[in-house]
Design a protein around this ligand. Structure first.
Ligand code: ADP
Length: 498
C-alpha cells in the first residue's frame, strides 16, 4: 500500500523534496541550494544540470530520511519557480544555454519596443499579463536570437522550450513527455488564457516557432510514470503547478475571494477568482490558477513582488551585516520604529503594481546614527509595504475587502515581519501549521489525481492555523509609515533609465 506523496519543489534558490502523509503532514524534507549566476548586471541564470542534479539528489535523500522506498509513494507532484526558461535539444537532451531566470532583465528593451508598438494591449488581452521581461516569452526569443545555430535548429523542430516543470518532467521520463500545466503555461506570455492554447498572434510577433512549445495539460492528472532507472520502482507523475498557484492550492484557497501571500525570494499575493478571469485595472496579473482533470480552468488575480526574502539574502551575502536570515528579527526589534529609514529593494526593477523595469534599489532617510539594525528593519518592513501596495490594488480590482491573509514561505518564520504585516495592512495575518504550502499544493494535486485523497473537501478540512497576528497599530501611525514608503518608492522609480 502506497502511503505517501512525494512533492518536488524546484525553487529559485534551492531544490527541495518533501514526503507528505495522508494527513498532509510532513514526514521528511531534503533541501539543497544551488548557485546563482549573474553574468552581467541585471542578468540572472541557472545551470539546468545543477537544477536537475540537486532536484534528483534531494528526491533520493528524502525517501531515505522518511525510511521508505519508491514503492511506498503513491504519486509525485511537481512545483517550480515559474517563468524561468530552458531550451534543450530534443535529440541529445542537452540545454542549449543556461536557464534564464524570471528575475533576469535582459529583454527589458525588447519589452519597451513591444509596448511602443501597442502590442502590450494584445498581450494583456490574451495572456492577462503585463508586458515585462519577467515572463518567458521574450527570454525564448533572446535565446533563439543569441545562441549560435539555435533558430535554425528550432525551425527544424530539434529544440524544446520549457519552464522548469517541463524540464523536470522531461528528465524524469527520460524524454518521453514534453508537457506543462496551465498554471505554468499562463506565465510564458505566449498562452491565451481564454482560449486555452498557445497564441499564434504572439508567437508570430515574438518569432517563436510553435514546434518548440510543450503540450499544455491539466494540473492534476496521471501523466506517466518516472523512468524505471531513477528510483528503482517507477512512480506515477500526477501533479504540476507553478509555485504560487501550488501554494494557493496548498493553502486550500479553493473558493473565490480567498487569498494567500507567499514570502520567499519574492512575494506573491494571489486571490482566487474562480472560473472567471478578472481583468485588472491596477496592474495586477490575471493568471490561470489550476485545472483539475475533469474540472474547469480556475483563475486568480496576482500581485508579483520581485524582491522580498531576497533583500534579506542581500543583507547576508552582499552587505554581510548578518550571518543568517533569522538574525534580522532581533536586529529589527532593537528599534522602536524605523526612525525614518526606508529601503526600496528594487534590485531588478519593481513589479506589481508599479511595473517599472528601470527602478533600482535605494535606501532613504539615513542619519549619522543609522546602523545595521535600521537597514535590517527597513528590509523587513519593505516586504510588508510592498504587500500592502499589492493588496490595495487587488481590493480595487476585485471590489473585495481583504478579511484575513493566509501566509507561507520561508520568511514567515519571522514574527516581527508577520506582526508588522498585520499592522501595516490592518487585517489579521494567519500563519498555518504547515508553511510548506507550495510543496503541499503539488502533493494535493498529485494525490487528487490518483485517489490518494478523495476530494477537495477532504483536503480543505486538513488546513490548520498555527498563529494569528492581529493588527495592533493605530490607523494614524499606519498611514504615516505607509506615506513614507510611498515617498521612498518615488525616489527609486526610473533610476536606471538612460
Ligand atoms: P524560495 O522558494 O523563493 O527560494 P523560500 O520560501 O525558501 O524561498 O524562502 C527563503 C527566503 O526567505 C530567503 O530569501 C530568505 O532570505 C528568507 N528568510 C528565511 N528565513 C527568514 C527569516 N527568519 N527572516 C526573514 N527572512 C527569512
Amino acid at each position: 500500500m502506497a502511503d505517501y506523496i512525494l512533492a518536488l519543489d524546484q525553487g529559485t534558490t534551492s531544490s527541495r523534496a518533501i514526503v507528505f502523509d495522508h494527513n498532509g503532514q510532513i514526514v521528511a524534507l531534503a533541501q539543497q541550494e544551488f548557485p546563482q549566476r549573474y553574468p552581467q548586471p541585471g542578468w540572472v541564470e541557472h545551470n539546468p544540470a545543477q537544477i536537475w542534479e540537486t532536484q534528483y539528489a534531494v528526491a533520493q535523500q528524502v525517501l531515505k530520511k522518511a525510511q521508505i522506498t519508491a514503492g511506498d509513494v503513491a504519486a509525485i507532484g511537481i512545483t517550480n519557480q515559474r517563468e524561468t526558461t530552458v531550451i534543450w535539444d530534443r535529440e541529445t537532451g542537452e540545454p542549449i544555454h543556461n536557464a534564464i531566470v524570471w528575475q533576469d532583465r535582459r529583454t527589458a528593451r525588447f519589452c519597451d519596443q513591444l509596448k511602443a508598438e501597442g502590442f502590450d494591449r494584445i498581450i494583456r488581452e490574451k495572456t492577462g499579463l503585463v508586458t515585462d521581461a519577467y515572463f518567458s516569452g521574450t527570454k525564448v526569443t533572446w535565446l533563439l536570437d543569441n545562441v549560435p545555430g539555435a533558430r535554425a535548429k528550432a525551425e527544424r523542430g530539434r529544440l524544446a522550450f520549457g519552464t522548469i516543470d517541463s524540464y523536470l518532467i522531461w528528465k524524469l521520463t527520460e524524454g518521453a513527455l514534453h508537457i506543462t500545466d496551465i498554471s505554468n503555461a499562463s506565465r510564458t506570455m505566449l498562452y491565451d488564457i481564454h482560449k486555452n492554447w498557445w497564441s499564434t498572434t504572439i508567437t508570430k510577433r515574438l518569432d517563436i516557432p510553435q514546434s518548440i512549445l510543450p503540450q499544455v495539460v491539466p494540473s492534476s492528472m496521471v501523466y506517466r510514470e518516472t523512468a524505471a532507472a531513477l528510483f528503482g520502482t517507477p512512480i506515477t507523475l500526477a501533479g504540476i503547478a507553478g509555485d504560487q498557484q501550488a501554494a494557493t492550492f496548498g493553502q486550500v484557497c479553493f473558493e473565490p475571494g480567498m487569498a494567500k501571500n507567499t514570502y520567499g525570494t519574492g512575494c506573491f499575493l494571489l486571490l482566487n477568482t474562480g472560473s472567471k478571469t478578472v481583468e485588472s485595472h491596477n496592474n495586477l496579473l490575471t493568471t490561470a490558477a489550476w485545472k483539475l482533470e475533469n474540472g474547469p480552468e480556475q483563475y486568480a488575480l496576482e500581485g508579483s513582488i520581485f524582491i522580498a526574502g531576497a533583500a534579506i539574502q542581500w543583507l547576508r551575502d552582499e552587505l554581510q551585516i548578518i550571518k543568517d536570515a533569522s538574525e534580522t528579527q532581533a536586529l529589527a526589534e532593537q528599534l522602536d520604529s524605523n526612525e525614518g529609514v526606508y529601503l526600496v529593494p528594487a534590485f531588478v526593477g519593481l513589479g506589481a503594481p508599479y511595473w517599472d523595469q528601470y527602478a533600482r534599489g535605494t535606501i532613504v532617510g539615513l542619519t549619522r546614527g543609522a546602523g545595521r539594525a535600521h537597514i535590517a528593519r527597513a528590509a523587513l518592513e519593505s516586504i510588508a509595504y510592498q504587500t500592502r501596495d499589492v493588496a490595495a490594488a487587488m481590493q480595487a480590482d476585485s471590489g473585495l475587502d481583504l478579511q484575513t491573509l493566509r501566509v507561507d514561505g520561508g520568511a514567515v518564520r519571522n514574527d516581527f515581519l508577520m506582526q508588522f504585516q498585520a499592522d501595516i495592512l490592518g487585517v489579521p495575518v494567519q500563519r498555518p501549521a504547515v508553511t510548506e504550502t507550495t510543496a503541499l499544493g503539488a502533493a494535493y494535486l498529485a494525490g487528487l489525481a490518483t485517489g490518494f485523497w478523495s476530494s477537495q473537501a477532504e483536503i480543505a478540512a486538513q488546513w490548520r492555523v498555527e498563529r494569528t497576528f492581529e493588527p495592533r497599530m493605530s490607523a494614524d501611525q499606519r498611514d504615516q509609515l505607509y506615506a513614507g514608503w510611498q515617498r521612498a518608492v518615488e525616489r527609486a522609480k526610473g533610476w536606471a533609465q538612460d
